[in-house]
Design a protein around this ligand. Structure first.
Ligand SMILES: Cc1ncc(COP(=O)(O)O)c(C=O)c1O
Length: 508
């Protein structure tokens, strides 16, 4: 009998005629890797054999979801997938179909689904001790704390473990307010920092906000420095192998960055108490907001301005940490500044509920004013997983892989942009990539949702799972496990080309 992997593979052969040879002028040659681009139209091989699915029927799952799970749960695709097994960059549905996972459980599966080393670390730990809280000195959390803080520059040497990104950002808000004695916290429009009552206020997307009193207490959303969709932007603003197709006259520096920074200064002048700010939060690249990168120099100057006004700067590395952006281990390093607090989740645990806040001992001291407790944060299982994830990133050089495969991937996507008007923008760094689909390239208007969904669904049918993001859901988000290969990148680019071609009105 033909294996499941092979079956899935033969179903998804793309025409070899797809042409990917055109070039793009705004590509910066410095970032192009010296790798061979070969035509690759078939789903790359995989020798893993998933276990057969033996669970509830598809209909039963749908029924349970409809009747017993809360309606906030998103279900992707017209016929939502039942995913029951995973292996590295691959996912398997209940009928044995294999998919290339370009979204990694929403930027969470950093080193690969069911990575053997992480599995082994977890199973060794579960055989010894699952859980005890930090009232006892179980060894793993201490070993892990040493390993994690060693990854940080400067005096970022104190860590508090929690279970989710929202909790990490909640705690960072608390620490900033306690340490400074100030109340007001700034965040950028289009940001996503979580869904707890505290962080829902920080998050600045109408789609993610519930109409509750008090959500915005002490929170100010400032203009997003978005060089593609924002008021200002140009052809050399961002730290990416691919630039926007907007023009600019900057000979030195970045005028867009200056203009957005001036806007931030205006907020300080008009909306905040002088010298009395608690913090500003920023993702190093906005994730949920659609892989939005900021103009060079903006965050560094913003951090200085916040500090001059008595506040702390918090880098939310929930999506951009752990080597994903390729050049650096932490996204903030790409912006050349040192935050006061760093929050992390998702990729830290490869899917295990683990998150952390790292800060200086002085700022951490604010938590000594009262008891602060978290039952599971950094428990033996979580810490064992966290250590294994760090080991794998180092041993398999996944940060370097993110840089090489990510740059190559971006280059391939930029070539697609030349072929298809509806690709308005390609952006990102390493394996943190966005492809913005537009209805009108000049005006940068979002592509109509049914058309976006059609392309997205076609990609799924051809074997590639992309994420979506941005306020209008028109940005394809590509943030796969960092173990993907050049062949995977080729396949994903070819699938996207085919899906776009088939979706165009002249082909329907
Ligand atoms: C940048 C960022 N911060 C915080 C969060 C919240 O993390 P969690 O869903 O683990 O609470 C997310 C989740 O997507 C995120 O993308």
């Amino acid at each position: 009998m033909m294996s499941t992997c092979l079956l899935a593979q033969t179903r998804r052969v793309l025409p070899r005629s797809l042409d990917r040879s055109s070039s793009r002028s705004s590509l910066q040659s410095k970032a192009a890797p010296t790798m061979i681009s070969q035509k690759q139209s078939e789903m790359p091989d995989c020798d893993h054999r998933p276990v057969a699915y033996k669970g509830s029927s598809y209909e039963q799952i749908l029924k349970t979801r409809r009747n017993h799970l809360t309606p906030n749960l998103l279900a992707h695709f017209k016929k939502p997938l039942v995913i029951h097994a995973g292996h590295m960059q691959w996912l398997y549905d209940h009928e044995g179909r294999r998919y290339l996972d370009m979204f990694g459980g929403i930027v969470t599966v950093s080193v690969g689904h069911c990575h053997p080393k992480v599995n082994q670390a977890l199973s060794e730990q579960t055989a010894k001790l699952w859980h005890t809280t930090n009232i006892y000195m179980h060894p793993k959390i201490h070993e892990y704390a040493e390993r994690l803080v060693a990854k940080f520059p400067g005096n970022l040497k104190s860590v508090c473990f929690v279970n989710s990104g929202s909790e990490a950002n909640d705690l960072a808000m608390l620490m900033a307010r306690l340490h400074t004695g100030n109340q007001d916290i700034l965040s950028l429009r289009n940001c996503y920092h979580g869904m707890s009552p505290y962080t829902m206020g920080l998050t600045a997307h109408s789609t993610w906000r519930f109409p509750l009193p008090g959500v915005n207490n002490g929170l100010v959303h400032v203009m997003n420095p978005d060089p593609y969709q924002g008021i200002w932007g140009g052809s050399n603003c961002r730290d990416s192998p691919v630039q926007t197709n907007r023009d600019c006259q900057c000979a030195v520096g970045c005028q867009a960055s200056d203009a957005y920074y001036n806007e931030l200064e205006e907020t300080f002048k008009y909306s905040l108490p002088r010298g009395k700010v608690a913090a500003m939060f920023a993702e190093s690249i906005q994730g949920v907001g659609g892989t939005v990168q900021f103009p060079k120099g903006y965050l560094k100057r913003a951090a200085a301005l916040v500090r001059a006004n008595g506040g702390l700067f918090v880098a939310d590395e929930v999506q951009t940490g752990f080597g994903r952006t390729g050049e650096h281990f932490w996204g903030f390093e790409g912006h050349d500044y040192l935050p006061d607090i760093v929050t992390m989740a998702k990729g830290i645990g490869n899917g295990f509920p683990l998150a952390a806040v790292v800060t200086t001992p002085e700022i951490a001291a604010s938590l000594g004013q009262a008891l602060h407790f978290n039952t599971y944060g950094g428990n033996p299982m979580a810490s064992a997983v966290g250590i294994a994830v760090l080991d794998v990133i180092e041993e398999e050089q996944l940060q370097r892989n993110s840089l090489e495969v990510g740059t190559y991937f971006l280059t391939g996507l930029a070539k697609l942009q030349q072929r298809f008007e509806i690709i308005g923008d390609v952006r990102g760094k390493g394996l943190m990539i966005g492809v913005e689909l537009v209805g009108n390239r000049e005006k940068r208007t979002p592509l109509a949702t049914p058309h976006v969904l059609d392309i997205w669904e076609k990609c799924k049918d051809l074997g590639v799972l992309f994420g979506r993001g941005g306020l209008h859901g028109n940005v394809l988000r590509i943030k796969p496990p960092m173990c993907i290969t050049l062949a995977d990148a080729n396949f994903a680019v070819d699938v996207l080309a085919r899906a776009i071609t088939e979706s165009l009105p002249e082909n329907n």
